[in-house]
Design a protein around this ligand. Sequence first.
Ligand code: NDP
Ligand code: GDR
Length: 365
Amino acid sequence: MKTALITGVNGQDGAYLAELLLKKGYMVHGVKRRSSLINTDRIDHLYQDPHDENVRFKLHYGDMTDSTNLIRIIQETQPDEVYNLAAMSHVKVSFDTPEYTANADGIGTLRLLEAIRILGLEKKTRIYQASTSELYGLVQAVPQSETTPFYPRSPYAVAKLYAYWITVNYREAYNLYACNGILFNHESPLRGETFVTRKITRAVAAIALGLQQKMFLGNLDARRDWGHAKDYVHAMWLILQQEKAEDYVIATGITTPVRDFVKMAFAEVGAEVEFTGEGIHEKGVIKSVDSSDFSFKAGQEVVSVDPAYFRPTEVDLLIGDPTKSKTKLGWEPQYNLPALCKEMVASDLEIFRKDNTTQWEHLVG
Ligand code: NDP
Ligand code: GDR
């Protein structure tokens, strides 16, 4: 039985990856930092009684800012594969907490790599680093591939740039099987509520059910290459199963503006949304409704722009070139954006139908 260690196991990707590896017969150890409330909702369905001697899923308290516990957990678990998914992953929030982001996302990766080395596991343990399309930042060329130059545009992306290169360096210097997956945006019903797709599908569901009047968004012109997290965690696994350690871009190759995702999400509840005006005066208004199941009406303003959501430096356009991962890994995504959007809206409708007292986000994201 292979053993995997996942940092950030209770995040969106950690949850899908843990599920995938358990299905593949792995012993899965997850690293989770302590929080004042239990926040394991995304992995509760995977729970196994730790008293059971055949337990294959185990959580450990750990933090990317603490080398001592990373070394201890790796020593205890002796993993064949480490997936480093833990990070302060919100680009906008990284402008508010830049030093912490550098520590957790940048130096945190070094701590894991060093732990493997200190413990003499270079020959046994393979490591996957969650790199990101945010590395491309200010557009140098499109579509973005493994050879496109980086130009990070946020403290998050700069921290991830360090993590990217330290991973490459440990591969070259110590012959470690260490790889970067340069993953473009990937979403799902498990996506954090303050990332734009989930913020939109959640607001669409709440508006449709009459729990909210409208949503406030930032830059509607930004374009992203959005895929489904389930497809992307499969790629992470494939990356660690190759003969040679290499870096791969994982993307769909299709880019969509935020504004079009809003329209797509409203179409799922039978509403056509039209955008008028420009810049901070742009508005999204319901033009027509072809469903009597929901409580909005034609003419209702459902989207306004709030500059609080603008970033000091923005990444305008991301569109990935997945040729290498398709040819070398044989990776093929199962979802397209309309199917992803449909699943997310349906899931958020179900959540609000069960519990319409869900707390709203008090902070900007
Ligand atoms: P999430 O934000 O959903 O999950 C991040 C996880 O990291 C959470 O479990 C979080 O714990 C944990 N974490 C944060 N800080 C620390 C810390 N200091 N020590 C230990 N754990 C910590 O992110 P995703 O699942 O979406 O993304 C997974 C990884 O992939 C991240 O590294 C992200 O930067 C990267 N990435 C994501 C992409 C995407 O589109 N989703 C694209 C490219 C890269 P808690 O729940 O307590 O906050
Ligand atoms: P991103 O994702 O920054 O690409 O990082 P996010 O969904 O936060 O933003 C995507 C784009 O939408 C614009 N936008 C808004 N974003 C948010 N969050 N809230 C809003 O109200 C809003 N309005 C418009 C943003 O300006 C941006 O252009 C994600 C994270 O998962 C990273 O960890 C990961 O590395 C990258 O994807 C790839």
